[in-house]
Ligand binder design. Structure first.
Ligand SMILES: [Mn+2]
Length: 309
């Protein structure tokens, strides 16, 4: 088995899963054998993308993999609390990411590629070009899927011109219409009907450290916000338990309407006032509508962290 593993973040999204696969493919073309892994279950959006382009999922991390691996490549994240358990055991040789840099340090020098674009896949496409590696149809399809996912079909404020340009190129190679394929893929991911309450609030949750405080922000995409809010009470009860168990200062559950590009938030942890100030909204019954807000990375996490720091 390969001694080098490449992984995206916990509670993996489409960019984390596909970037692990695509970067492994890229490394293989460059003569280096690496094993793509994932740190958790895949969501339906990602499953849709992998089955559409007929690509196998990365293997789920297990003790055997962790024991045998020596080197680690991180894609789509760098913060240690979002990464593999016992990250200190590995020699991190590379990071390809498009997030803020926090809680990250290494003993040895490494290749670190960070760009403030909307998606890791946009950086990966550049690497293919820089090293003259041809992009096959399947890999193009995966990278396109990641860009559509991270940018919510190019509507998120995180989406840059470079992401749009990359998606145009990739959709030609992949042989799909980005808008048609993209909406189908987002809808597949927005189907939450078979999710338990606990799955809903953990499937795309990320933890952030601000000073001594821990904040958690979970996000789900849907086309039916009201349907989801029918379970509001049960969701809030679950959030309260998580807040207590993990000693969180705040848990923000973000329900993003992918058709209207708004988000409804549920606030747990008793810091409603700070959240009101952060977003300049009135919170009633622990909930508020954030108009035009769809990006955790750009519109939610930084404003909250400023408020709690
Ligand atoms: Mn990403």
């Amino acid at each position: 088995m390969s001694k080098i593993i490449v992984t995206g973040h916990r509670n993996p999204d489409t960019d984390s899963i596909t970037s692990a696969i695509v970067y492994s493919y890229f490394k293989k073309q460059r003569g280096i054998d690496v094993l793509p892994i994932r740190l958790g279950e895949m969501n339906k959006e990602t499953e849709h993308a992998l089955s559409y382009f007929n690509v196998d999922a990365p293997v789920l991390v297990d003790d055997n993999i962790v024991e045998k691996a020596e080197e680690l490549i991180l894609v789509d994240h760098n913060e240690r609390q979002q990464s593999i358990e016992h990250i200190e055991k590995f020699k991190i040789t590379e990071v390809i990411d498009h997030h803020r840099i926090a809680n990250f340090e290494t003993i040895d020098p490494l290749y670190y590629r960070a760009e403030p674009v909307g998606c890791t896949a946009t950086i990966l496409l550049k690497l293919f070009k820089e090293y003259n590696v041809e992009v096959p149809k399947q890999m193009a399809g995966l990278m396109l899927s990641a860009i559509i996912s991270d940018s919510l079909l190019f509507k998120s404020p995180t989406c840059t011109d470079e992401d749009i340009q990359a998606a145009e190129e990739l959709s030609k190679i992949a042989g799909v219409d980005a808008n048609v394929y993209g909406l189908d893929m987002l809808k597949a991911g927005a189907d939450l009907t078979d999710k338990s309450i606990n799955e809903l609030v953990t499937m795309d949750a990320k933890e952030f450290e601000v000073g001594e405080h821990k904040l958690e922000i979970a996000q789900v995409n849907t086309v039916d916000v009201d349907g989801l809010l029918e379970q509001k009470q049960a969701i809030e009860e679950r959030l309260d338990v998580i807040v207590k168990d993990k000693g969180l200062k705040l848990f923000l559950f973000v329900i993003t309407d992918i058709l209207n590009n708004d988000s409804t938030i549920l606030v747990a942890g008793g810091e409603d006032e700070k959240v009101e100030r952060a977003f300049d909204v009135k919170i009633e019954n622990h909930t508020a509508l954030l108009k035009g807000v769809v990006s955790r990375k750009k519109q939610i996490a930084p404003v909250l962290m400023r408020q709690f720091s």
